[in-house]
Design a protein around this ligand. Structure first.
Ligand SMILES: Nc1nc2c(c(=O)[nH]1)N[C@H]1C(S)=C(S)[C@@H](COP(=O)(O)O)O[C@H]1N2
Ligand SMILES: [Mo]
Length: 325
């Protein structure tokens, strides 16, 4: 289930800054009781926590063959311990995370467009930031993070989409109001039509625009292996950490059949599953999986998601064609 470090997918919007780990400082600013800085050595001196976490880019979808997802063992410290050291001011409501990476960004305000050189930034509500899971991490699978992975330090939000895991983390800023930076308020959002006809200019459709936060329940088949006379269908599910009730597999027009979940799966890991396919006839078949969680949420079909305008958060069932020899 652990993806080797060199196979981890990497993606970002700006550059990949090289930061000297010896002079690196994580700054805590804004509505803290005492602004302060932590070096990498300071972070490493704190009691380390490890967690196996799988995440995906919210742009991961059938068109990208679900390749923008990985799972690994991260080491770091709970974010809330760092926030406690700084002391959260009484008015703070929002925690903003800035990366060192910067790039040119077009900011549109009414009829004006400004070209600005901006830092990568994301935010969390204070309520979510002080939960036990969020971590400030410096190692993956036991080794220091590499530059593409956000060295020396990144944020890790178990159960959230990749964009929340700010790499090259340089500053944590506490404030009262919402943070509206490009990657929080504009680029990373979903637009879904509810009610009415869903036509763009329909008067009865309500358009719901939301930010990208928790991973939507998803599963996907990754490979089929021949074992003796049978075939083994393998895949993974990923979600926000809600316990999984079942993963099922369907072959052609057959019934949904229960797959077996790997007992090594953990709350925020990839949830690996397998299904033994007996008597597969030679020729082409279509196979698909779907996952259901304990709250009764079922992975949607592509048809169910057709009222979503933006391509992010595509957790649709992913039918795949296989050729049996
Ligand atoms: N500083 C910074 N952090 C970032 C990004 C970025 O552009 N800059 N991209 C985000 C996005 S969109 C994703 S999907 C993940 C990818 O993490 P990975 O490269 O470790 O797989 O990093 C996130 N963290
Ligand atoms: Mo992403």
């Amino acid at each position: 289930m652990i993806v080797p470090k060199d196979k981890f997918f990497v993606t970002q919007h700006y550059n990949q800054p090289e930061i000297d780990p010896n002079t690196y400082r994580l700054k805590l600013t804004g509505m803290v009781t005492k602004p302060f800085e932590l070096s990498l050595a300071d972070l490493r001196k704190m009691r380390p926590t490890e967690m196996i976490v799988g995440f995906e880019c919210s742009g991961n979808r059938p068109a990208s063959f679900q390749g923008l997802s990985s799972c690994g063992r991260f080491t770091g410290v709970p974010l809330r311990e760092v926030l406690n050291q700084a002391g959260v001011g009484p008015k703070a409501r929002e925690v903003v995370f800035f990366g060192t990476d910067r790039g040119e960004q077009e900011v549109v305000f009414r009829q004006q467009t400004f070209k600005l050189n901006q830092q990568f930034g994301r935010s969390l509500t204070l309520e979510n930031a002080i939960k036990p899971e969020p971590m400030i991490v410096y190692a993956l699978n036991g080794d220091p993070l590499t530059v593409p992975q956000g060295a020396p330090v990144r944020l890790l939000m178990p159960g959230y989409y990749g964009v929340c895991n700010v790499k090259w983390l340089s500053e944590i800023h506490l404030q009262e109001d919402r943070y509206l930076g490009n990657f929080q308020g504009r680029w990373y959002r979903s637009v879904v039509g509810v009610g009415g006809t869903g036509e763009d200019l329909d008067l009865n459709t309500q358009w719901i625009e939301t930010e990208i936060t928790r991973i939507h329940l998803k599963s996907s088949i990754s490979r089929v292996r021949k074992i003796g006379d049978s075939h083994r269908i393998l895949g993974f599910a990923l979600n926000d950490g809600t316990p999984i009730r079942s993963v099922e597999v369907k072959i052609d027009d057959g019934p949904w059949q229960k797959a077996t979940l790997d007992p090594a799966n953990t709350k925020y890991s990839w949830k690996l599953f397998s299904y033994t396919w007996e008597g597969a006839s030679p020729g082409e078949h279509t196979i698909v999986s779907r996952v259901t969680d304990e709250e009764g949420n079922v992975q949607p079909t592509a048809e169910d998601l057709k009222r979503k305008k933006t391509f992010l958060e595509d957790n649709s069932q992913f039918p795949r064609k296989v050729m049996i020899a």
